[in-house]
Design a protein around this ligand. Structure first.
Ligand code: SF4
Length: 160
């Protein structure tokens, strides 16, 4: 069998999607129509959460199949995934990044540090948790959160 015919007859092979995650979606999620553009902001993380976010978009966890896609600019983004405690140097850039996103927009705090400063609470360079700097709509706990949890949060937003 030729390679092209084999590809055509096999079709796309992927693991079946797990059941839809429980939990209410934020109200503005309804306006996204099942698809969101996502901008990541590292506000002071140790990079552990970034590794898990990268995994959430790899072919194994494949957040894109649920309608979430990474973009390079907040101007193109519906959702900001924010990691780390917010350092003093990143507080203003984070405010400006979120302000640059069109409405409706949504901010997801990813990881314990983003939620409550985690390991870095009380650090001299820490401004605060993400919710101390910008409004937060969803939180994904964990240090770091597993890729499944990040994908589940994005599925709550896309409704897929
Ligand atoms: S939650 Fe854990 S992995 Fe994520 S930035 Fe904080 S210390 Fe690092």
């Amino acid at each position: 069998m030729g390679l092209l015919r084999k590809i055509r007859t096999t079709g796309r092979v992927a693991e079946p999607a797990p059941p839809r995650p429980e939990g209410e979606a934020p109200p503005q999620a309804r306006e996204f129509g099942g698809s969101v553009q996502v901008r990541c902001v590292d506000a002071g993380s140790c990079n552990g959460c970034e590794i898990e976010i990268a995994a959430a978009f790899n072919p194994v966890y494949d957040a894109e199949r649920y309608g979430a896609r990474l973009v390079a600019s907040p101007r193109h983004a519906d959702v900001a995934l924010v990691t780390g405690p917010v350092t003093r140097n990143m507080a203003e850039p984070l405010r400006r990044t979120v302000a640059a996103m069109a409405e409706p927009r949504l901010v997801v705090a990813v990881g314990d540090c983003a939620i409550n400063c985690g390991e870095f609470a009380g650090g001299y360079g820490v401004e605060g948790a993400v919710s101390d700097v910008v409004p937060v709509d969803l939180a994904v706990p964990g240090c770091p959160p597993e890729p499944e949890a990040i994908v589940a949060a994005l599925r709550r937003v896309t409704g897929r």
